[in-house]
Write a protein that binds this ligand. Structure first.
Ligand SMILES: [Fe+2]
Ligand SMILES: [Fe+2]
Length: 385
């Protein structure tokens, strides 16, 4: 029996789909002339984010990316709902086995970006994958070394754009319009309010341009520093973005909102009397939950504690505390110094932030929030140990 034309399987999160995905698939079609090329979006994305993009929305984005692209109208290009149908994390070897059953006479190829080759050896049942399918990879600029990768693969002709979904997600959170993505996909993201675009749009309507810019810069720095602290960038971006969402609400509203998000040591009554501006942090957490629909407790706590700090802060809360002070655009000299320090030594930047915030409070005279003082004392104690 003559061997049938090959079948290409292109698995991934497509979170978001970009021009690099299309270019890779188009090159694979040119080179192998398969009977079918299946995009196989995973049901779950492996990213532990506060606002994961649901499967249905990623599927809609992928369809939009294919529409109007070089792949549009090609009958051999299909989107498979195999992984979606299982409603769980599906390993590549399971996907390959599925297509092997479906196309018993065809040579299978598994298409991937060249950056995945380095980690391939760690994939579950990688030997089984290599037995049943050939790896097909597109090289990115500067990846010449990967031609000698430990794992055998078929290189696609050409050099492919260095677009990475993780990088694109980060830029989308901050409202950028990456050139590596099709305009129609970006428009759909806006219409569906994905990648924090809904939150950004609401915040922009609520805050003055200056305050909105500060929130964006806080989110930008938080997102930049998050991976070094083992934190999901999207969570960091969301907490940074919304930390001052209540900052410009009227005093009465601040008071009532702050009561909806109490934390230990909050000293509500004294704070409302002596330093009511601080209420915006707790009110912000309540507003993020109520008006912005944030359910992630860690994000809400980071917002509540960003102004005063407290001795027991999660890494995310520490991150927002530092980034609020050190964000680009702050007009006091310490901000730049702490920003620079945060990239080298985050723990030192955290101590310095507490020092700068306390110094400012002392210089104004009057009441200083006990949580900020407790944080200062706890940091001195850890230094002495
Ligand atoms: Fe604030
Ligand atoms: Fe702030």
């Amino acid at each position: 029996m003559a061997e049938e034309k090959p079948v290409i399987i292109y698995g991934g999160s497509f979170d978001p789909p970009h021009k690099g995905h299309i270019a890779l698939a188009a090159a694979a079609l040119r080179q192998l002339r398969p009977r079918a090329l299946y995009f196989v979006p995973g049901f779950r994305t492996p990213f532990k984010d506060a606002r994961p993009v649901p499967f249905a929305a990623r599927l809609a984005l992928l369809k939009e990316a294919l529409r109007g692209s070089a792949l549009d109208g090609r009958p051999e290009v299909k989107i498979s709902s195999f992984e979606a149908g299982l409603k769980r994390v599906v390993y590549t070897h399971e996907t390959i086995a599925h297509f092997k059953r479906r196309h018993p006479g065809s040579r299978l190829y598994f298409l991937m970006g060249s950056d995945c080759l380095a980690s391939f050896g760690k994939w579950k049942n990688s030997g089984e994958i290599l037995r049943d399918a050939a790896l097909l990879a597109g090289l990115r600029p500067g990846c010449a070394l990967q031609k000698r990768a430990a794992v055998p693969f078929v290189p696609l002709d050409g050099i492919f754009p260095r677009a990475a979904s993780s990088d694109l997600r980060g830029r989308l959170f901050l409202g950028e319009r990456p050139r590596e993505m099709q305009r129609r996909v970006l428009a759909l993201i806006d219409r569906k309010g994905l990648y924090l675009s809904r939150e950004r749009a609401r915040l922009k309507r609520t805050l003055s341009p200056r305050r909105f810019a500060h929130c964006l810069e806080t989110a930008r720095l938080a997102q930049e520093l998050a991976p070094g602290l083992g934190l999901p960038p999207q969570k960091a971006a969301l907490a940074g973005l919304l930390h001052d969402c209540a900052r410009e609400l009227p005093a009465r509203r601040l008071r009532s909102l702050a009561l909806k998000f109490r934390t230990p040591g909050m000293a509500y009554k004294t704070m409302a009397r002596e330093a009511p501006v601080l209420l915006h942090a707790w009110a912000g957490a309540a507003e993020a939950r109520g008006a912005f629909g944030v359910r992630d407790r860690g994000v809400l706590e980071a917002i509540a504690l960003h102004a005063t700090g407290t001795p027991e802060m999660s890494p995310l809360a520490r991150l927002v505390y530092v980034c609020d002070l050190a964000a680009e655009g702050r007009d006091f000299p310490e901000a730049g110094l702490v920003r620079e320090l945060s990239r080298r030594d985050f723990a030192a930047a955290f101590r310095e932030t507490n020092y700068v915030k306390l110094s400012y409070a002392f210089s104004c005279g009057g009441w200083v929030h006990p949580l900020s003082v407790s944080l200062w004392n706890s940091l001195q104690e850890t230094k002495l140990k």
